[in-house]
Design a protein around this ligand. Structure first.
Ligand code: SAH
Length: 359
């Protein structure tokens, strides 16, 4: 039994927000604007607090600003927040939201509660261009990349809805973060530096299907963000078939990039591996995975393949998963089987789509 609620809220028409969004202004631009409006300097901080921390939807809610300033701002700018157009609640407490942006594009994000902690899974693109064979997101292609504030909003949305401080964020929703590198990094920094959120870099995890040049770049960022790689096979032929979008970066180049990452950062990356019966759970596949991950810093996160409608793939057996864990552990590789949360509402890994549908 699960309490599956789907609610349809108001939908934004793409033409609703013609004004520049105030959220596109930098700190300096807001400061210049306040000077132009002959306002004291502390207004800048007040406005930023309303926009980024309190997450107000309109200028009238900025109650510590004089009415005349609120009116002036409203005539020049919009706030352009995303709006929740649907939600589903899982029996395990996860909540999946469908958020729509002012241009009509929408993405899903998931709030994942455990005890008194809240983790949020965010999307970095509307849709995805990577075309992984086992994933629902890639089925309808890429609509567009998200801006940093649109990624950030997803976290605030879940935090406000759960009324719980977010303790970690995983960039594992729709889209390929490293195909939207600059905005992803900006969002990571906003989450890390925000006065209300201030989430530690180690609790911010980015998952990539293996965009090698960006792994090299990410390794050089000063913050200690966590990196996860969607590996799914360490056999070139199998990986090419499962993940055609990263075919041009061979496993050898991925391995080299990861050694460089480990050498430079000293941090341990995670390798995601969704077990698919008869495809990547054979002895040959296991041996290749062991060779790829042993003798280096690595954590293998095995996942039972989640159901995706119309997909020919089936998850492996529990026994197969245990055999993988034992073999990897025996080779000194840290490996765990991750339980998939939210699968009853299609909120688990690889199940996020752009629109809700009944199948
Ligand atoms: N594009 C990035 C971010 C998405 S993260 C990436 O590929 O890493 C989503 C994770 O769920 C990825 O590891 C993805 O490979 C995995 N996934 C996709 N479909 C899945 C499925 N049906 N079952 C289990 N995991 C799946």
């Amino acid at each position: 039994m699960h309490s599956d609620q789907t609610s349809q809220n108001r939908s934004l028409s793409p033409s609703e927000n013609k004004l520049t969004t105030i959220r596109d202004l930098t700190h300096e631009q807001i400061a210049d604007l306040m000077a132009e409006f002959k306002q004291p300097a502390f207004r800048v901080k007040q406005i930023e607090d309303w926009i980024w921390n309190k997450h107000v939807e309109n200028f009238d809610q900025m109650t510590n600003l004089p009415a005349s300033l609120r009116e002036k701002l409203a005539s020049h700018f919009s706030i352009a927040l995303s709006s929740e157009i649907a939600r589903q609640v899982s029996s395990d407490g996860c909540r999946k939201y469908l958020l729509q942006f002012s241009d009509g594009n929408s993405v899903e994000c998931v709030g994942i509660p455990s005890k008194n902690r809240l983790s949020v899974c965010v999307s970095t693109q509307a849709g995805c261009g990577m075309k992984c064979a086992f994933c629902a997101t890639g089925k309808s292609g890429l609509s567009r990349s998200l801006k940093a504030e649109e990624i950030y909003d997803q976290v605030i949305h879940a935090q406000n809805d759960f009324v719980t401080r977010v303790s970690s964020v995983v960039f594992m929703g729709q889209g390929e973060p490293f195909a939207n590198y600059d905005e992803t990094l900006k969002a990571l920094r906003m989450l890390n530096k925000s006065e209300t959120l201030g989430i530690g870099a180690r609790h911010l995890t980015v998952s990539t299907c293996g965009v090698v040049p960006m792994i090299h770049k990410f390794a050089k960022e000063p913050e200690q963000f966590t990196l996860a790689i969607s590996l799914h096979s360490a056999v070139q032929k199998t990986r090419d078939a499962l993940m055609p979008g990263v075919k041009k970066w061979s496993l050898l180049r991925l391995w080299d990039a990861m050694q460089a990452y480990v050498d430079l950062t000293g941090r341990r990356p995670t390798y995601e591996y969704a077990l698919i019966a008869g495809v990547n759970d054979t002895e040959e596949e296991l041996a290749a995975l062991r060779d790829f991950t042993s003798g280096t810093l690595a954590h293998v996160n095995l996942i039972m393949l989640n159901h995706v409608s119309g997909s020919p793939f089936e998850p492996s057996s529990e026994a197969r998963a245990q055999h993988f864990i034992q073999t990897l552990n025996a080779a000194g590789v840290d490996a765990t089987l991750r339980d998939s949360r939210g699968s009853d509402i299609d909120a688990a890994c690889g199940q996020l789509k752009q629109k809700y549908s009944s199948n």
